[in-house]
Design a binder for this molecule. Structure first.
Ligand SMILES: Nc1ncnc2c1ncn2[C@@H]1O[C@H](COP(=O)(O)OP(=O)(O)OP(=O)(O)O)[C@@H](O)[C@H]1O
Ligand SMILES: [Mg+2]
Length: 760
């Protein structure tokens, strides 16, 4: 497993709070474990030390007692002798010398020392320092000890306390001896002499050796002023005053104690227990080397430390593994989220594609139907006009005019169908949407009735839109009527306009919106712009919102489809929204629907921004002038020859009939080929009136052919199908005049007349 770089983890830590908590808990656990281990090892050391101290103190005590009793036995010999001198009435130095110098005293002294291995000899010393009697030899050698420390001290001090001398080394065998001396005083306190016990220090050495604590320990005997008397293991320092020893300081405070010493006699740090004897100026020390004391503890500490280190390592390892797992889990979650979003995005895109393909297919179907239907309406309309114009009988003319009204309504329907299939002929111009909104609201205020309040709001600095104003007004009307139908109990209708820049879809940026518009959506917040097929750029947004019933999701999904309606038969055709959709998309904009049941509906039109400012006069063209009777125009066509090209028999013959009645000389052709052949045979019409969509050659293609032959005869194209003619460049190139079906016959006549007269 490669260890991820530190920076990678830092980024993880910053991003993930649970990971931080995890690491914190882990870090704390490690710290606690570490502290507990250290604390435990430390307390173990303390316990070990306490145990060692107790052990040393106990040993020290028993050794001190042993030493004291050994010394006391010697002392007892001395005090017994002194007691006996007293009871014998020896009170002066002379008496002492005279009465104790005999062999019987020597025998007595020898008897006294038997059974006391530590007592080497007993000596009686006169006030001038020479020996009176000596348990080792008889007769006594002439020796004087007046230069010895004990002699000087006891001669000068009237004391009943024993005196312990400095150790003296036997020059023969090198063994060390110390003297316990007592003063013999007269009744008046005068100095009579001494009794002296020679204690062999090797005696203590032997005891100490036997009792030495462990291998590393030492036991030593000191005079209270710091002179070493005996020690095991043996040292060459016996008899020396070894400076101010540390135990002396301890003894200043108490009779015994334990302390650390580092150095001095000792090889390294030692634990020392010290104890002063109660009746003699002697001190016994017991020591142990510190590292030996702590040997067992050290092993235990290492064991525990190692175990704890293994524990901490395991903890850190599992923490690390956990953190890795955790961040892997988070990464997986993120990846899954991303994948889910991608799938959702794709599904949405597919859905949108299916929807637009469906709309496209319906549009083609609708366009075809509308085209044929338009032709039929054209034929019916013209014939009705003919009937109307040929009779004065109101019983015939009346129904004919009613039938004509029906034809007009049919024409509006086909307009909607064509609009939806984007085959309507549009005349986009720069439009001031503010004016249009204002005019529509006035009109709607009257149309929608009392219960619906109409409110408008237009953002200042509204751009001009490039759109067919008549169709736009129709679209607003359709939306308003839908809103009215959705608010049977009344409500408010808003018409809002604002500017909006849409980022190109690749940029994926949210659109910069006009807050006045965005804020008025039902529900919360501005919607992201996801208008199907909307290119990036500037748009004028026109929004119609109501407080009506809203739509269920299934209804909203199909609302733009032509013929989709939830209204009862006769109340709705299902073409309103499809017209709006067709207009917006054909104009290079888009439409967006936001509707929720109970929350109302908002339809938003995106209209492309116009390059030039709106021509204020660009209002919808005035309604066509009142119909004139054909009879009134009978003379209009006189002397004017027309070539009428249309593949629809019904339309062609009805139109031909009407034009003939208007005085035109009409020749008919069923298709472009027939028309061209008539022209080839020398027919020279003043105007060619032609349909666009025809089998074989279209009207536009025929016009191109003629222009190619330098034939400049004016051509009037009458079409219900604006598909190929949306490009005005093509129309201009062959200089055509275009009229949309169905056309009122009188308008057709006037147009032909105008074209012919311009020619003429
Ligand atoms: N503002 C709205 N509130 C609620 N539902 C609506 C609204 N606008 C449209 N709809 C629903 O969408 C359907 C289709 O509307 P559309 O305008 O295309 O047809 P229509 O109104 O039914 O008929 P037409 O407009 O041709 O007379 C409506 O039948 C209605 O169910
Ligand atoms: Mg409608």
């Amino acid at each position: 497993m490669p260890i991820p770089p530190i920076r990678h983890w830092q980024a993880h830590l910053r991003a993930s709070r649970p990971l931080r908590v995890l690491l914190l808990i882990g870090g704390l656990s490690v710290a606690v474990l570490l502290a507990a281990t250290v604390q435990y090892i430390d307390s173990m050391r303390d316990r070990e030390m306490e145990g060692a101290e107790r052990e040393l103190s106990t040993l020290n005590l028993s050794l001190a007692e042993q030493t004291a009793s050994a010394t006391q036995s010697v002392d007892l010999v001395l005090t017994t002798i002194i007691e006996q001198l007293k009871s014998d009435g020896i009170d002066t130095p002379e008496e002492y010398v005279r009465r104790m110098g005999g062999r019987d005293t020597y025998q007595m002294l020898r008897a006294r020392i038997t059974g006391l291995p530590q007592l080497d000899a007993v000596t009686m010393i006169a006030a001038d320092g020479h020996l009176i009697n000596f348990s080792r030899y008889y007769p006594i050698p002439p020796v004087n000890v007046s230069d010895r420390d004990y002699f000087a001290y006891l001669r000068d001090h009237d004391t009943t306390a024993p005196f312990i001398s400095e150790p003296v080394q036997n020059r023969g065998n090198g063994s060390w001896t110390v003297y316990l001396a007592r003063r013999i005083s007269g009744r008046d306190g005068s100095f009579v002499g001494l009794v002296l016990g020679a204690i062999e220090l090797s005696y203590f050495q032997r005891i100490y050796k036997a009792l030495q604590p462990d291998g590393d320990g030492s036991i030593s005997l000191w005079r209270r002023d710091g002179i070493l008397l005996a020690r095991h293991p043996v040292l060459p320092d016996i008899g020396r005053p070894l400076g101010q020893r540390q135990f002396l300081k301890v003894l200043e405070r108490a009779k015994s104690g334990v302390y650390f010493s580092s150095g001095g006699l000792n090889d390294g740090a030692r634990l020392v227990a010290t104890r002063a004897l109660a009746d003699y100026p002697l001190v016994v020390n017991v020591t142990r080397r510190l590292d030996a004391v702590l040997d067992k503890w050290r092993i235990q500490a290492w064991t525990i430390g190692a175990a704890s280190a293994v524990g901490i390592a395991a903890l850190l390892l599992s923490l690390w593994a956990l953190a890795r797992q955790f961040s892997a889990y988070e990464a997986a979650t993120r990846a899954m989220d991303a994948a889910r979003r991608a799938v959702e995005g794709r599904e949405q895109a597919e859905q949108a594609l299916r929807q637009s393909q469906k709309m496209e297919a319906i549009g083609q179907l609708t366009g075809g139907v509308a085209h044929d239907f338009n032709n039929l309406l054209q034929a019916i309309g013209i014939n009705l006009h003919v009937i109307d114009s040929r009779t004065e009988d109101e019983r015939i003319a009346g129904p004919a005019r009613l039938a004509l009204q029906a034809v007009e309504r049919g024409a509006t329907l086909t307009q909607h169908l064509l609009a939806f299939s984007r085959r309507q002929q549009l005349r986009p111009v720069p439009v001031d949407v503010a004016t249009l909104v204002e005019r529509s609201s006035r009109l709607l205020g009257r149309t929608l009735g009392q219960s619906v309040r109409v409110e408008t709001e237009v953002a200042p600095g509204l751009w001009p839109a490039m759109i067919d104003p008549t169709q736009l007004e129709m679209a607003v009307l359709n939306l308003a009527l839908n809103a009215r139908d959705a608010m049977p109990g009344g409500g408010t209708l808003w018409i809002l306009a604002g500017n909006r820049t849409v980022a190109s879809p690749e940029a994926g940026e949210p659109a910069a919106g006009d807050p006045a518009i965005a804020g008025r959506l039902p529900g919360a917040g501005p919607l992201p712009v996801q208008v199907e097929g909307l290119a990036g750029g500037d748009y004028v947004v026109l929004r119609v919102r109501d407080t009506g019933t809203g739509m269920a999701a299934e209804v909203a999904a199909r609302a733009f489809e032509p013929f989709f309606t939830t209204k009862e038969v006769g109340r709705g055709t299902g073409l309103g929204l499809s017209m709006v959709h067709g207009l917006a998309t054909q104009s290079g904009g888009g439409v967006e629907l936001d509707s929720r049941p109970g929350l109302g509906t908002t339809v938003t039109l995106y209209l492309p921004r116009a390059e030039q400012a709106a021509d204020v006069a660009a209002v919808p063209p005035a309604p066509p002038p009142a119909r004139t009777k054909v009879t009134d125009t009978a003379a209009i066509g006189a002397g004017c020859a027309i070539l009428l090209v249309d593949d629809e028999e019904l339309v062609r013959s009805a139109t031909a009939g009407y034009l003939a009645q208007a005085g035109f000389a009409v020749r008919e052709a069923a298709d472009a080929a027939a028309a061209l052949s008539l022209l080839d045979h020398g027919f020279r019409p003043d105007v060619i009136v032609t349909d666009h969509m025809m089998p074989g050659m279209t009207g536009l293609e025929m016009a191109r052919t003629l222009r190619a032959r330098q034939d400049e005869t004016p051509i009037l194209m009458v079409t219900g199908y604006a598909e190929d003619l949306t490009s005005t460049a093509a129309v201009r190139e062959v200089s055509l005049t275009v009229l949309s079906k169905p056309i009122e016959p009188s308008r057709l006549v006037r147009s032909i007349r105008d074209m012919a007269s311009v020619e003429g």
